[in-house]
Design a binder for this molecule. Structure first.
Ligand code: PEP
Ligand code: MN
Length: 350
């Protein structure tokens, strides 16, 4: 942290700052310029110090020089994190992955048709919502625990790890019991108590970006999970709210490229929620891979016209297969071919 003193600062004001820093166990290193003095603050700086020093007499501004997140930062941890999942699937590293499945689990038949479709198309991880964060309380809220059981069963039959949203602290244990990855949705990115409780399960966590969250807020949210002792975290860009209403959200491709530089955590992209339109999912999947995404997450429904949630952005299994074909060519062209899909493991139907 750097304290920039104003031109008319007095020696007493400068001394007051040096003394205050000393009192809290930090050291101030004075750098005398031609017109101004700056003080470099050395030691274990905490975020609130910036506000405190800014209000002291003779101070013009206080500048941060290191990132407020530590564990999530590449400054602290240079190598890419790899999140390891059952069935030999990894998120992060050289090869991108595809996460696909319905927005919401509706029935056994619907889930199975979607799951089989995405598995046949080449997806690595099966998604499906059992606890749904709907804007209206009158919309379908998800099947809850019966939905989790269906998802687990479909994943095991097809040999795929499963991801599902954890909506509330209330459901931590039961969701952790059935899921391989806990999804923290955009409405909960800054629900810090939920992040800590999710982290404590030790399960891998996919953290979505908040609806109007900055990149720094997103990485600080990841910091909560890492700081709670869980290093198996990956991020998901899903579009942010902007002035634009032509698409559901504005997919922030800048964020993918930038976060890959700022952080060692894998970043996947969800063009389904990022655009809200099924016909924009394919081009934005291609763009996301081109800017360095470690994977994609897309919604697939056997009959999008009849979906109980997010039908307008859902692909049919047929469209998903074509997407995988084209996306695989693009991924190969940018030197990061998709990870191979492990062979299905025979499991009892139960
Ligand atoms: C979802 O993935 O189904 C979902 C609700 O996403 P988001 O949290 O990004 O809105
Ligand atoms: Mn959805």
């Amino acid at each position: 942290m750097i304290v920039v003193m104003n031109m008319r600062r007095t020696e007493a004001q400068r001394d007051a700052i040096l003394l205050r820093l000393q009192a809290i166990g930090l050291r101030g290193q004075e750098i005398e310029g031609v017109a101004r003095t700056v003080i470099a603050v050395l030691g274990n700086v905490y975020p609130e110090l910036r506000d405190e020093l800014s209000t002291m007499k003779g101070v013009d501004e206080v500048l941060r020089i290191s990132k407020p997140y530590k564990l999530a930062s590449r400054e602290v941890h240079q190598d890419d994190t790899i999140v390891t999942l059952p069935y030999g699937v990894n998120v992060g590293g050289k090869r991108p992955v595809m996460i696909a499945g319905p927005c919401a689990i509706e029935t056994e038949e619907q889930l199975w048709a979607a799951a089989k479709g995405v598995r046949d198309g080449g997806a690595h991880i099966l998604r499906g919502g059992a606890f749904k964060p709907r804007s209206s309380p009158y919309s379908f809220q998800g099947l809850g625990v019966p939905g989790l059981k269906m998802l687990r069963n479909a994943g095991d039959r097809l040999g795929m790890p499963v991801i599902t949203e954890l909506l509330s602290v209330r459901d931590v244990d039961v969701v952790a019991q059935y899921a391989d990855v806990l999804q923290i949705g955009a409405r909960n990115t800054q629900n810090f108590v939920l992040l800590e409780e999710a982290a404590k399960t030790g399960k891998p966590i996919m953290l979505k970006r908040a609806i109007a969250g900055t990149i720094e807020e997103w990485l600080l949210a990841a910091e909560y999970i890492l700081n709670a002792g869980n290093s198996q975290v990956f991020l998901c860009e899903r579009g942010i709210r902007t002035f634009e209403t032509a698409t559901r959200n504005t997919l922030d491709l800048n964020a993918i490229a930038l976060v890959k530089r700022l952080s060692h955590l894998p970043v996947v992209c969800d063009p389904s929620h990022g655009t809200g339109k099924w016909y924009l999912v394919r081009p934005l999947c291609m763009a996301s891979l081109a800017v360095g995404a470690d994977g994609l997450m897309v919604e697939v429904h056997p009959s999008p016209d009849h979906a109980l949630s997010d039908g307008a952005q859902s692909l049919t299994p047929g469209n998903f297969a074509s997407l995988m074909h084209e996306a695989s060519m693009l991924a190969t062209a940018v030197g990061r071919p998709f990870a191979p899909v492990p062979p299905p493991v025979a499991q009892p139907v139960a």
